[in-house]
Each structure stands twice: as structure tokens, then as C-alpha cells.
Write a new protein. Structure first.
Length: 126
């Protein structure tokens, strides 16, 4: 699975609208639903830092996300401009691939690489 993670700082008067627009049934999620391979959005609020939020948009693969951006890029940019007034700061934290752990403890990445815990070689310091 491919995860796209953003961090936002939202002013106190914008929180309700931000949560509506960026939440799992919000405008961003509805736009993403146009793309094949979109699996959902999670909205997180930091209880220790008022106004700090994270979104995690889940896609089946990086290729699905890139295809969405290519096909719906204009609509994405338009919605992004409309939502700019809802945030004081917006930071793309990155795109991440989920690692899968098998019952035997083997970890497999989406590109098919596997590592059994305890078998990875760490370079010696020199």
C-alpha cells in the first residue's frame, strides 16, 4: 500500500471547516475517489498541539497515485488553492510504502524484497 502523508497547522477559527474538508468524507476524499486505487483518507489531530493535523491518503500503489495526479491534476490544484485559507502551514511529509510482515516474521516490501528479522547485515564501522 502507498501512503501520502501531510502535516497542517490550522488556526482556531478554521478547525471545523478544515476537519470537514480534509476528513474521510470531505472534498479531498471525494476528489481522490475519482482515481482508481484510492483506498481512503485518515485525518489525525495532535492533542498536544492545538491546530496540528496530519492526513494520510492511502492508495493501492504509487502508480495509482501518479495516474490520479496526471488525470485529475487541474482539479487537485484548484481545490488546493480554495483550501489555502484554511491552513497556516502545509507540509508534504512524504510518500511511504507499507511493509507487510508474514507469520514467520519475514518482512516484504511492495517491490518484492524480503528480509527475515535477524538476517540483515549491518556494515562494520571502520
Amino acid at each position: 500500500m502507498h501512503w501520502v502523508v501531510w502535516e497542517f497547522l490550522v488556526g482556531p477559527n478554521q478547525k471545523r471547516e478544515f476537519e470537514t474538508v480534509y476528513g474521510p468524507q470531505g472534498e479531498w476524499a471525494r476528489l481522490f475517489e475519482r482515481g482508481e486505487g484510492y483506498l481512503g483518507t485518515v485525518l489525525l489531530r495532535d492533542p498536544a498541539a492545538p491546530g496540528r493535523y496530519f492526513t494520510i491518503d492511502r492508495w493501492r500503489s504509487p502508480a495509482d497515485y501518479e495516474a490520479f495526479r496526471a488525470r485529475w491534476g487541474d482539479a487537485y490544484e484548484q481545490l488546493d488553492r480554495r483550501c489555502a485559507e484554511l491552513t497556516e502551514r502545509e507540509v508534504a511529509l512524504g510518500s511511504f510504502l507499507e511493509l507487510h510482515t508474514a507469520a514467520n516474521g519475514t518482512i516484504m516490501s511492495e517491490n518484492g524484497e524480503t528480509v527475515k528479522p535477524g538476517t540483515a547485515k549491518v556494515p562494520a564501522e571502520g
